[in-house]
Structure formats: structure tokens, C-alpha cells
Write a protein that binds this ligand. Structure first.
Ligand SMILES: Nc1ncnc2c1ncn2[C@@H]1O[C@H](COP(=O)(O)OP(=O)(O)OP(=O)(O)O)[C@@H](O)[C@H]1O
Ligand SMILES: [Mg+2]
Length: 309
């Protein structure tokens, strides 16, 4: 049984906003990356998963328990960092930590001290006077201090400086090694690339892609740039590529006289043979990163990318 289960979740806020038929699972010990542009539906999905909102249809479960109906049964074993940190007014950092410990019903003072140390947090001051980064650190420490088995993190590093972001990535890797199940929503490609086993991309409230991170790194579909010596060769190639069964032109630049093609590894010999019929001055492999793949979903014009198709 999966630890996290989002099953056909729908919440329609009207005018095309909300989440629609969103499904994914996260297995024990897995780090699952949840990516998507602003307003895509990440926080909405996560809030339902945390049991704060009742799904219009579908279910959200953690440990096989419905999170809306059985919120108090799972709360103690789920650490959550909200997308927007809103701390109660009139408390010091310590008071906030103690209040959260009472709610979580699981105290682990040793783990708390360890977290305060690695995230270099001094919780003595009043929360309302804390900088954004310090508030974020307080949210990180309170989410992890009971050492929960499941971590649900909505853009956890926004507001942290680059050194603290590194510390956080190291910490996530360590937690994964300890068998924790982690859902991480993020806009930061390097963070997702460094930590996640599986990634889902959400756009306009719908999951548009769900894949194993390593598959993208080893995908057999690759992009190459070909630069032609002259206009005639460039134009002839573009014309012929429309009928080609072994390659697809996915981008071109008339000024550079270059074409970007996408092809599968199994056709590479035939592609090279085809190119020998043209006058070419450069042929290079374009390394497609997770960032390129993700960007292809950010941009409306989705010509470039699609490494998994
Ligand atoms: N309570 C609500 N009432 C009405 N519309 C809402 C509500 N909550 C979210 N929305 C809308 O649903 C869509 C998804 O919002 P959501 O906050 O889930 O996006 P997100 O992926 O977390 O974006 P970001 O990257 O900016 O945090 C947006 O269009 C938002 O305006
Ligand atoms: Mg959000």
C-alpha cells in the first residue's frame, strides 16, 4: 500500500481554477517532486492532502486513512511546511515550538536540538519580528521536530538563502536514507533534480506528466543542433524533414542557419547518413535537462522538449 494516495481529486473553484482529477501515489521511502507554474494547483492539492479541505470528489489518503475524516489520527506522524508561512501573533519562537509540540503529541527534544543546530535557528525572539528566512526556518524546524515518517513540503526553501537551501537538500537526502516518505513541491529545478525519485508536473489543475527522474536522464529520445553552411542546404533540410520518419525538426534559427532535431538513439546512424547529403558545418548534442523539460510545460508554445515522448 502506498503511503500517500491522491485518487481522482477534484476541487473546482470556477473559471477553470482548481484541481481536476488529480491522481498520484508516493511509496514508502520515496521523494516525490511536485512541479508546476504559479497557480497550477500544487498548494490546493497539498491542502487537501493535509485534510484541511474536503474534496469535491475523489480521495486523499495517508497510511490508507482518509485525511479529511481522520485528520487527528495522522497529524502526529505527518510533518507539513505550508506554502505561505503565517505564524500566530504575540508569541516567541520558543512559545510557537512548544505550542506545536503539544499539537503534535510527539516530543523528541534531542531531534529538536539537532534541527535548531543544523538550521542555525535561535527561536528566542518574537515571531512577528522575524525575517522571512527565519520564519521559514522556524516552519522547517517545527515540521520536522517530532521526527514524523511523512513529510509534506510546499515550496519549503523559498526565502532561504543559498547556503540554507544546500543544507536543506542535504537534510532531505538524509531523511530519505532514514526511510522517510516525502512530497516536495518546488520551483527550483536543482533542488528537485538533487532529491527526487519521481516527479509529477501539474498545469492548469491537471497532471500533465508523471515520470521517474532517472528515466529523463537516460531517455533515448535526444535533441541535436545542426548548423548548415548555406541557406540552400538549410531550406532543403527543413523541407525534407517534414516527411522524415527518423527525425523531427523541433526548432530552427534562419539567422544561424541551424535546425534542432529530435530523434531516437536507434535512428542515429540513419540520421548521420542523411546529413552526409547536406553541407553541414556543425552537429552537436543538446543535453536536455529536467529544467528544459519543465520549461516546455511553463511555456504556452510547447515546441521544444518532450524528451519522454
Ligand atoms: N480558496 C480558493 N478559492 C478560489 N480559488 C482558489 C482558492 N485556492 C486556490 N484557488 C485558485 O486555484 C488555482 C490553484 O492555486 P494554487 O494555490 O493551488 O496554485 P500553486 O500551484 O500552489 O501556485 P504557486 O506556485 O503560485 O504557489 C489558482 O488559480 C488559485 O487562484
Ligand atoms: Mg502554492
Amino acid at each position: 500500500m502506498s503511503v500517500i494516495n491522491v485518487n481522482h481529486l477534484t476541487k473546482d473553484y470556477g473559471s477553470g481554477r482548481g484541481v481536476f482529477d488529480v491522481s498520484f501515489q508516493v511509496e514508502k521511502g520515496e521523494v516525490f517532486g511536485f512541479l508546476g507554474p504559479n497557480g497550477a494547483g500544487k498548494s490546493t492539492t497539498i491542502r487537501h492532502l493535509m485534510g484541511f479541505s474536503k474534496p469535491q470528489s475523489g480521495q486523499t489518503q495517508i497510511f490508507g486513512k482518509d485525511t479529511f475524516d481522520r485528520y487527528f489520527e495522522i497529524l502526529g506522524n505527518v510533518g507539513y511546511i505550508p506554502g505561505e508561512i503565517a505564524l500566530p501573533a504575540g508569541l516567541t519562537g520558543w512559545e510557537f515550538i512548544r505550542m506545536m509540540q503539544n499539537l503534535q503529541k510527539r516530543h523528541n527534544e534531542e531531534h529538536l536540538n539537532y534541527l535548531l543546530k543544523i538550521f542555525e535557528l535561535n527561536p528566542e525572539g518574537e515571531t512577528k519580528r522575524m525575517s522571512l528566512g527565519v520564519k521559514r526556518k522556524l516552519a522547517v524546524v517545527t515540521a520536522f521536530m517530532s521526527d514524523p515518517d511523512v513529510l509534506i513540503l510546499d515550496e519549503p526553501t523559498s526565502g532561504l538563502d543559498p547556503v540554507m537551501q544546500e543544507t536543506f537538500i542535504e537534510f532531505i537526502r538524509h531523511e530519505k536514507e532514514r526511510g522517510k516518505t516525502i512530497l516536495l513541491s518546488s520551483h527550483i529545478f536543482s533542488e528537485v533534480d538533487a532529491t527526487c525519485d519521481r516527479i509529477a508536473i501539474i498545469k492548469d489543475g491537471k497532471i500533465v506528466s508523471d515520470f521517474i527522474a532517472d528515466d529523463l536522464k537516460h531517455a533515448s529520445q535526444k535533441n541535436y543542433e545542426i548548423v548548415f553552411t548555406d541557406e540552400a542546404n538549410y531550406a532543403k533540410f527543413i523541407d525534407n524533414s517534414r516527411k522524415s520518419k527518423i527525425l523531427k525538426a523541433v526548432g530552427n534559427d534562419p539567422k544561424k542557419k541551424s535546425v534542432i532535431i529530435s530523434t531516437d538513439d536507434k535512428f542515429i546512424n540513419q540520421v548521420v547518413a542523411t546529413l552526409s547529403e547536406y553541407s553541414v558545418c556543425n552537429f552537436s548534442h543538446l543535453k536536455e535537462t529536467l529544467e528544459d523539460y519543465f520549461m516546455s510545460y511553463y511555456k504556452e508554445d510547447k515546441n521544444f522538449g518532450g524528451a519522454l515522448q
